[in-house]
Design a protein around this ligand. Structure first.
Ligand code: 13P
Length: 296
């Protein structure tokens, strides 16, 4: 019997080159947060069919939910191999702590964000420096954050904190690969009272750091603002909520229509199918909006 050798070697890459290319050529690499196998498989297959580089992001909470760092690395490497994914795939720790960064890199992540936005700039700077040193040993890319990204609570939008260009320069000199900054963006759905990204802040921070910047809270920003942000230095856009919403809406619709209760539709493969289809559509639209099609 001819047994095909199973390839357990990783094909993951770091995000240094793909984000630098995007910055230079004015498009953005999609960073999509993953939550489970269905999410990961859908994102990988869609990126492959669009020939787009892709960054799979996991928060520490998502890692815990999926079982741990080794589980995520094993799942992603397995899917890349079994599905014959050939576009560049990065496995990135989103909003990580120093401890999380170490665990992720040890397990096989190829990129980490150290999020020190809740600390003073001095502590954020010092911790980022340590993470950059650590990541070098693994040839992994590093994302840092200056200022902070806003959020919404009970309809009241916190603007986040806009960093000074000086802070962006200092952080960049540590050797980070891309920089996140609060520019009026928020995580989660944007309330109707929200007006716009702060393009003045983006332009001055981008000029100061001279490397690709990261737009967090990429769900629900009007397309013209997404495109304008890319023209002004954004090279990586993080998207989570938009996929969660398209997945949930499709499953709700399936359940509410009564279809889910027919025949053998209790089968999880049938129950999840509408969500998977909806996520595929969302990922395809995002890749097209960000201009990363055929950049794989
Ligand atoms: P959204 O959930 O608003 O898309 O933000 C995702 C994000 O920024 C992850 O870091």
């Amino acid at each position: 019997m001819n047994v095909q050798k199973i390839n357990n070697g990783t094909k993951l890459v770091n995000a240094k080159k793909i984000v630098a290319d995007a910055f230079k050529n004015k498009y953005a690499v999609p960073h999509i947060n993953i939550n489970n196998l269905e999410w990961t498989k859908t994102v990988l297959l869609t990126a492959q069919s669009e020939n787009s580089p892709i960054i799979l992001g996991t928060s520490e909470g998502a890692v815990k939910y999926m079982g741990g760092y080794n589980t995520v690395v094993g799942m992603v490497n397995g899917l890349i191999s079994d599905l014959k994914i050939t576009v560049p795939v990065v496995l990135h720790l989103d909003h990580g702590s120093k401890e999380g960064a170490l665990l992720a890199l040890e397990a096989g992540y190829t990129s980490v964000m150290y999020d020190g936005s809740h600390e003073t700039f001095e502590i954020n700077y010092q911790n980022t420096k340590e993470v950059v040193e650590l990541a070098k040993k693994y040839n992994a890319s590093v994302e840092a954050e200056v200022g902070s990204i806003g959020g919404e609570e009970d309809g009241i939008v916190g603007d986040g904190e806009i960093a000074s260009p000086d802070e962006a320069i200092k952080m960049t000199k540590l050797g980070i690969d891309f920089l996140a900054a609060g520019i009026g963006n928020i995580h989660g759905p944007y309330p109707t009272s929200w007006k716009s990204l702060n393009f003045d802040a983006l332009i001055s921070l981008s000029k100061a750091c001279g490397i690709g910047m990261v737009l967090h809270g990429g769900s629900g920003i009007p397309s013209d603002q997404i495109k304008k942000s890319i023209q002004n230095g954004i090279a990586k856009i993080n998207i989570n909520t938009e996929l969660q919403i398209s997945n949930a809406h499709a499953i709700w619709k399936y359940v509410e229509s009564g279809e889910a209760k027919k025949g053998k539709n209790f089968d999880p493969r049938k129950l999840y199918a509408p969500g998977i289809k909806a996520m595929e559509q969302t990922v395809r639209e995002k890749i097209s909006e960000l201009g990363s099609s055929n950049k794989g």
